[in-house]
Design a protein. Structure first.
Length: 484
C-alpha cells in the first residue's frame, strides 16, 4: 500500500501519516492505531448541510484510516452548553436563547437536536463515532482550568480569561493573526490582549442560567474552546493523531485549543500531530444560514425527493480542501450519478453467483490506483472515478463486485445495499402516490402507442402539476423524476 499523505494545516504541507501508537508489527492483537477528534455540532438547532460536509469529510478520513489497517478511534463531541451567539465572549447563550423561544428547557433542546444530528449522520452513512457530551466533562474542564489558571489566566468580573501571550507562537495555525481577526473577539472590557478568550464565563450578577455550575471563579459555564482540549485528551490521550474541523476553526477555535494544550501539557506541541480542515460548502442565496427561514438541511433535500447519499456523493466529487458550491442542479447531477452506479451494481449482482465474496480477487492494479488516490490527501474525486470504472462486467462480475465492496467501504455510498427502489423518494409536497404515478404512466404509454397525443400530454401536464416530471427516453430507464 502507498504511504498515506495528509495535508497538515499546521505546516501547510503534505505529510506522511505516522501514528502516535504504531502497535507491534506482526502482532494482530496490537494493530497500529489512529485516533481522530472532530469538533462536533452545537446542538441548539438543526445542522445545515455545510456542517454535514465537515462530518462526511471526517468519516471519509476515518474510513481511509481503517482501510489502511489502523484501528480507528473517532470522537465527535457534542457541544450541549456554553456557545455564545457571537465569536466574542459576549452575547446570549445559543442554547438558552432557543430554549426560551420554544418554551422548553435548555436540556430538552440539546437532547432534541443531538438526536436529529445523529439521524443525519446515519442517513449519510457516517460510521457511528463516539460522541460524548460537553456537559459530562464539566468537572474535568474545571480541573483543567485550575491547573492552568495561575500561570496562564487572569480573572475579570465576567470570568476567567486565557492570556495568549503566555504561550509560544500563539496563532501559528491561523498564520495571519491580523488585528481584524483578533478584533472580532475583543468585546469584553479589561482583556490584556485582543485574542484572549474565556476559560470560564461567570453568570452575570442577578441572573440565573439553566445550565450553570459552581467553580473557583464563581457560578457559570465553561468557555467553548475548553471542552475540545479536555475531551480530546480524556478520550484519546495527548498527543493524539489527527484533529479535524471546518476551515473557520483554523482561525480562532483551534489556535485557542492549541494554546490551552500547550499551557496544560507544559509543552510547545499543539496536542495533535496533524490538524486537518475541510473547506466550506457555500450557497449564494444565504439559505445555509440557520437564521434564514427554510435553511438547507438534509431533511429539506429529502423532502424534495433526493436521497441523502446523493449529497454524500456530491461532497466526495470535490476535494475536501476546495470550496464546494451548492446548487440543486449539482445535487441532481450527483443523484443521477448515484442512480447509474446503483443500477449497474444491481446488474452485476444478478450476474454473479451469490457467494461472490468467497471468490479470490484477481484484479489488483485498479485497487492499487484506488489506494494511490485515497492516499494522496484523500483524493475522493479520482477514487470515485475508479470505483465507477470497476462497475464493469467485462472484468468478471465476481472481481468487479469484490473491488466495489473494497472501494465502497472507503467511500461509503452503500452501493451493495442500495436498490433502485430506495432511491425513489417521494417529495413531501407531491400529492400523488407511487402507484398512481405508475398507473398514469401506463395510461400515457398506451395513449402514445395509439398516437393519442392529446391524452398523453394531458396526463403529463397533470403529473407535472402534482410534482412529477416525466422524462421521456431517459437513458437510465427512469421514466419519471420527482420535480423540485
Ligand atoms: P458549528 O456547529 O458551527 O461549530 O459547526 C460544526 C462544524 O461544521 C464545524 O467543523 C464547522 O467548521 C463546520 N462548518 C460550518 N459551516 C460550514 C460550511 N458551510 N461548510 C463546511 N463546513 C462547515
Ligand atoms: Zn473543537
Amino acid at each position: 500500500m502507498s504511504d498515506l499523505k495528509l495535508f497538515n494545516s499546521l505546516t501547510r504541507q503534505l505529510e506522511t501519516f505516522q501514528p502516535v501508537h504504531p502497535g507491534v508489527p506482526g502482532d494482530a492483537a496490537k494493530p497500529p492505531e489512529a485516533r481522530v477528534y472532530s469538533c462536533g455540532p452545537t446542538v441548539y438547532n438543526y445542522q445545515h448541510i455545510g456542517n454535514m460536509r465537515a462530518y462526511v469529510f471526517a468519516d471519509t478520513l476515518g474510513r481511509v484510516l481503517s482501510y489502511k489497517g489502523y484501528k480507528l478511534t473517532h470522537v465527535i463531541n457534542i457541544t450541549d452548553v456554553g456557545h455564545l451567539t457571537s465569536d466574542a465572549d459576549a452575547g446570549e447563550d445559543k442554547m438558552e436563547k432557543m430554549a426560551a423561544s420554544q418554551g422548553k428547557s435548555a436540556w430538552d433542546i440539546a437532547a432534541f437536536y443531538q438526536a436529529d444530528f445523529e439521524a443525519d449522520l446515519a442517513r449519510l452513512n457516517i460510521r457511528k463515532p463516539a460522541h460524548p457530551k460537553a456537559t459530562e466533562y464539566v468537572d474535568a474542564m474545571i480541573a483543567w482550568g485550575k491547573e492552568i489558571a495561575e500561570k496562564h489566566c487572569y480573572e475579570l468580573d465576567s470570568g476567567l480569561y486565557f492570556d495568549v501571550s503566555t504561550v509560544p507562537e500563539y496563532g501559528r495555525l491561523a498564520r495571519a493573526v491580523t488585528d481584524d481577526g483578533e478584533g472580532r473577539i475583543e468585546e469584553v472590557d479589561g482583556k490584556r490582549n485582543k485574542a484572549d478568550f474565556a476559560i470560564w464565563r461567570k453568570t452575570p450578577a442577578g441572573e440565573t442560567r439553566q445550565m450553570e455550575w459552581d467553580s473557583p471563579w464563581g457560578r457559570g459555564a465553561p468557555g467553548w474552546h475548553l471542552e475540545c482540549s479536555v475531551m480530546s485528551k480524556a478520550l484519546l490521550g495527548m498527543p493524539f493523531d489527527i484533529h479535524t474541523g471546518g476551515i473557520d476553526h483554523r482561525e480562532i477555535h483551534h489556535p485557542n485549543e492549541i494554546a490551552q494544550n500547550q499551557a496544560h501539557e507544559c509543552s510547545g506541541d499543539s496536542g495533535a500531530r496533524i490538524w486537518m480542515h475541510n473547506n466550506f460548502l457555500v450557497e449564494r442565496s444565504g439559505k445555509m444560514s440557520k437564521s434564514s427561514g427554510e435553511f438547507l438541511r438534509l431533511q429539506l433535500l429529502i423532502d424534495k425527493g433526493f436521497h441523502p447519499l446523493a449529497y454524500r456523493l456530491m461532497c466526495l466529487q470535490a476535494h475536501y480542501r476546495s470550496e464546494l458550491e451548492f446548487s440543486w442542479e449539482g445535487l441532481q447531477a450527483a443523484f443521477v450519478r448515484l442512480k447509474r452506479m446503483v443500477m449497474a451494481v444491481e446488474k452485476l449482482e444478478a450476474k454473479a453467483n451469490p457467494d461472490w465474496m468467497s471468490v479470490p480477487i484477481a484484479i489488483q492494479s485498479r485497487l492499487k490506483r484506488f489506494d494511490d488516490a485515497v492516499s494522496d490527501d484523500l483524493n475522493t474525486a479520482v477514487a470515485l472515478t475508479l470505483l465507477e470504472g470497476s462497475i464493469d462486467a467485462s472484468i468478471g462480475a465476481h472481481d468487479a463486485l469484490q473491488m466495489i465492496a473494497k472501494m465502497d467501504a472507503v467511500l461509503g455510498l452503500n452501493l451493495l445495499a442500495l436498490t433502485r427502489q430506495d432511491l425513489r423518494i417521494r417529495p413531501k409536497a407531491a400529492i400523488i402516490t407511487e402507484a398512481e404515478i405508475e398507473t398514469a404512466l401506463a395510461q400515457r404509454k398506451e395513449a402514445r402507442a395509439n398516437k393519442d397525443f392529446a391524452t398523453s400530454d394531458r396526463i403529463r401536464d397533470d403529473l407535472i402539476a402534482k410534482g412529477v416530471e416525466v422524462m421521456d427516453g431517459d437513458p437510465l430507464g427512469w421514466d419519471w423524476k420527482l420535480d423540485v
